[in-house]
Design a binder for this molecule. Structure first.
Ligand code: ATP
Length: 514
């Protein structure tokens, strides 16, 4: 655990030191759970967004984009259920004065049971080797059966109590499980209360006439209210999707995990409109498709798992998370939800406008069902960044910090380094940069010994270093160094563009998603 905490601290400090992420308004001591993306962070974030957009919009001819406003008519949030039901159950520890989400305390407890079961499974696998039958072991080993059964009972009881609004039982569960405050170790808890997560704001000049608004807590509603506009103007035929990336705001109760849980964050969402009755087929399709997208980045297949929801949100008839193995354990990265016709029907009811589709194949009108895929851009950033940050010991005993970012996402694709700052090498380097910058984000560095410059680019995650030396002046060749292998090749300047392109192009990486 201590190791994991160190790793996480490294992630936060590396992000700051190398210009990826700064605390917001840091000169005023920052603002809790709000962060700014710096010069390298903004590039990495943009590349993740683009990788998602290309996979979702460009590669699917039945998905189109949208950029709806953050501010929406306030009735939107009545209809969506956010005014009445967008609450988290909070609980305070009276000794540490720390506030927690009651459901998260219970889920963390359940996760520990899962980990205990996993430990038994791993031990048995080691003992039995190739002949190990995991499924049989899970269903017959007494300890594993008990751990998993207990986990199930706990989660089901929590889901039931939250669903019925029985907050006393949520507290009773915390007490029965003897869950202690991670900070103080005490079990001196307050009652559980509901807390609405929406940020309120006002529209209008004078206090009397001002209209109460909310900053959107999810981007999805901008898609729903535009469903018919897009369908008609785009002549879209069901099934079709609308994709959107943009800011969302939540007044999170607990915000202690860097950019994992922010109060202002960015979502990448796609709502897929389908025929009623076909939603389960599409739900499975999108679970599969989205997992492939994640796996294409090569962060390790074992770092992902599905978590099917026990407690369904008020709008869903099926829901699963894609969880990622963050430095603090497996947590939600993306949600895939079968939202039924809840949202469109609710907007019909509150607006008095029909939001129906005429299906020429069935010759009937209906309110479509919706399957949603929703991934946090900042969480994606954290997954990619934390997984890529590695400390390596080299053959000569020295160590290097290398940010092994998937090269398609790297903020800078190549940096050009003149071996010395004279003899025309900076000028030739500049020429190379001027040529490459049409296609790639490239940088230039002439300060310090070349070895140190390599290390700096390793820490920034730059896939290629191009070194210009005296031979370059004579035969128009340079060395190109690969970040991960540190292998250096002598190549023609005229070949650089295609070498880099082959490695970093979206095409190369997206081909792995199909
Ligand atoms: P959690 O259970 O972690 O609070 P959620 O289930 O409320 O998340 P959704 O409403 O399904 O999240 O939102 C979809 C995605 O948006 C999440 O999978 C996550 O990646 C991202 N997200 C949600 N809340 C935050 C936040 N406060 N900060 C950063 N990303 C977030």
């Amino acid at each position: 655990m201590a190791k994991q905490e160190d790793l996480f601290k490294n992630v936060v400090s590396h992000a700051k030191e190398y210009g990826f992420i700064f605390p917001s308004s840091e000169i005023y001591d920052g603002l809790s759970a709000v962060y700014d993306y710096a010069q390298n962070g903004v590039e990495l974030k943009k590349n993740i967004r683009e990788y998602w957009w290309k996979a979702m919009v460009q590669m699917h001819d039945n998905i189109v984009g949208l950029d709806a406003a953050i501010l929406m008519h306030p009735t939107t949030w009545k209809a969506s259920g956010h005014v009445d039901a967008f609450n988290d159950p909070l609980i305070d520890n009276k000794d540490s004065k720390k506030r927690y989400r009651a459901d998260v305390l219970i889920e963390d407890y359940a996760e520990k049971l899962q980990q205990k079961a996993q430990k038994e499974i791993d031990k048995a696998r080691e003992r039995f080797g190739d002949s190990f039958d995991e499924q049989q072991f899970i269903t017959t080993n007494q300890r594993v059966v008990e751990y998993l059964a207990k986990k199930k009972i706990i989660l089901e009881r929590m889901a039931k109590s939250l669903d019925s609004g029985d907050l006393d039982d949520v507290k009773a569960l915390i007490e029965e499980l003897e869950i202690a405050c991670p900070e103080s170790g005490s079990r001196n808890w307050t009652d559980v209360k509901q807390f609405n997560l929406m940020f309120g704001t006002k529209l209008g000049a004078s206090a009397e006439n001002a209209m109460d608004l909310y900053l959107r807590p999810e981007t999805a509603q901008g898609i729903f209210v535009n469903f018919l506009n897009v369908q008609k103007s785009g002549r879209m035929k069901i099934p079709f999707g609308i994709a959107q990336t943009g800011k969302a705001f939540r007044n999170e109760i607990v915000a202690r995990q860097f950019i994992f849980r922010m109060r202002e964050f960015e979502q990448m969402e796609m709502q897929f409109f389908v025929r009623p009755g076909e939603e389960m087929k599409w739900y499975e399709f999108w679970k599969d498709t989205r997992l492939k997208w994640h796996l294409s980045l090569g962060l390790g297949d074992k770092n992902y798992r599905f978590h099917d929801h026990e407690k369904l949100a008020h709008y869903a008839n099926a829901a699963a998370d894609i969880e990622f193995n963050f430095p603090f354990g497996f947590k939600e990265l993306e949600g895939i939800h079968s939202r039924t016709d809840f949202d469109l029907k609710a907007h019909e009811q509150y607006s008095g406008k029909k939001l129906q589709y005429f299906d020429p194949e069935t010759n009937s009108n209906y309110v479509p069902y919706v399957v949603e895929t929703s991934v946090g851009l900042d969480r994606m950033f954290l997954a990619v960044f934390s997984n890529s940050l590695t400390e390596e010991t080299l053959e000569d005993g020295s160590s290097r910090t290398v940010l092994r970012l998937p090269s398609v996402l790297a903020p800078t694709k190549a940096t050009v380094l003149p071996l010395v700052k004279k003899d025309g090498l900076p000028e030739l380097s500049q020429q190379i940069m001027d040529e490459l910058k049409w296609d790639f984000k490239v940088s230039y560095d002439e300060k310090d010994a070349v070895g140190r410059r390599y290390r700096r680019q390793d820490a920034l995650g730059t896939p290629f270093c191009i070194t210009v030396d005296h031979q370059s002046l004579e035969d128009q060749t340079v060395t190109i160094r690969h970040r991960d292998t540190m292998k250096q090749d002598r190549v023609k300047i005229s070949e650089l563009r295609s070498i880099i392109d082959q490695e970093v192009s979206m095409r190369t990486w997206l081909l792995k998603t199909v």
